[in-house]
Design a protein around this ligand. Structure first.
Ligand code: ATP
Length: 289
């Protein structure tokens, strides 16, 4: 087992990593630990471990680190493990992976796996980006693009709330053209999701499951600050999927087009549209409770 640790959020994360390591070592396993030193590093480390035939590579970090490790493991037989040390940890919440380090470590030690079906976003320059949870374009991606890293480290999840407030009056809400298996929709924002949760434990797409094939596509038809405020208020109440102007469709391949529209994947900035989203060529294994 290799544990890929993102130290970016500081000492608290490291303590939680050590707590997990204590348990894993306590039952006689000797995992290696590799620390990431830059963005994308987790993918390189995971790819190398998969080539060497390592059985499980654990992403010790948040959803961004999980996506990077998953990208490195794609196409291999190495399973993805998760030690949730991030800010929101949406995938861990989604799949019932415990946040407490000792409990998460116990899950890893058990080694029970399930199939995970990631998505891949393709850009016109040939770049491909794998995501395990979601790809959003429009307002929520603008929030992610402009989120100051320091603010997130200082106040955690509150940074997203603050940045959302800042973004509301200035985001342009330029139209996005979404094609879902050929059906065309023009919307203000869109989230192509594998999972049912968003921004923590808030309901976005009832019935979605990263262990299932296909995507749920949440369309936000209404533009402007008032609509963004309504959607933002509905999210923590679990009412977002039922709001006026919100529609959730299912599909297997999704194309997103628009002028200078930002995108985010698994909570990290993911360039600008256009982007074509399809299932990863092969599902992968993930260690689950
Ligand atoms: N050493 C590093 N220095 C700076 N950034 C890093 C480093 N290692 C990894 N990163 C980047 O930090 C990003 C965010 O990390 P991660 O997802 O683990 O935490 P998070 O954003 O706090 O959690 P969540 O996504 O659950 O909110 C990753 O996508 C990764 O690219």
């Amino acid at each position: 087992m290799l544990i890929v640790f993102n130290p970016a959020a500081g000492a608290r994360r490291r303590r939680r990593l050590f707590a997990a390591l204590d348990l894993i070592r306590g039952i006689g396993q000797r995992p290696e630990v590799a620390e990431t030193s830059h963005r994308g590093h987790a993918t390189e480390l995971a790819r190398q471990a998969a080539e060497e035939g390592v059985r499980v590579v654990v992403a010790a970090g948040g959803d961004g680190t999980i996506a990077e490790v998953a990208a490195g493991l794609a196409g291999s037989d190495t399973a993805l493990g998760v030690l949730p040390l991030g800010t929101a940890n949406v995938l861990a919440l989604e799949l019932g992976i415990p946040r407490a380090p000792a409990q998460a470590a116990a899950v890893l030690a058990m080694g029970r796996t399930a199939l995970l079906h990631p998505g891949i976003a393709q850009y016109p320059d040939g770049q491909e980006l794998l995501f395990v949870q979601m790809l959003g374009a429009g307002f929520d991606a603008a929030v992610v693009h402009h989120l100051p890293g320091g603010l997130k480290r200082a106040i955690g999840k509150g940074a997203y709330v603050l940045q959302t407030m800042r973004e509301m009056p200035r985001y342009r809400f330029a139209p996005i053209r979404v094609s879902i298996d050929g059906r065309v929709e023009d919307v203000a924002s869109v989230i192509v999701t594998k999972g049912r949760l968003y921004a923590g434990r808030f309901l976005l797409a009832p019935g979605a499951d990263p262990r299932a094939e296909g995507f749920h596509v949440a369309l936000f038809r209404e533009a402007g600050m008032l609509a963004a405020m309504r959607y933002g208020a509905a999210l923590p109440l679990g009412l977002l999927p039922r709001m006026r102007g919100v529609e959730i469709l299912r599909g297997g391949s999704v194309q997103l087009r628009g002028e200078a529209i930002p995108a985010q994947a698994d909570g990290d900035a993911a360039g600008f549209l256009p982007s074509a989203i399809a299932p990863a060529p092969r599902p992968m294994r993930i260690v689950l409770p």
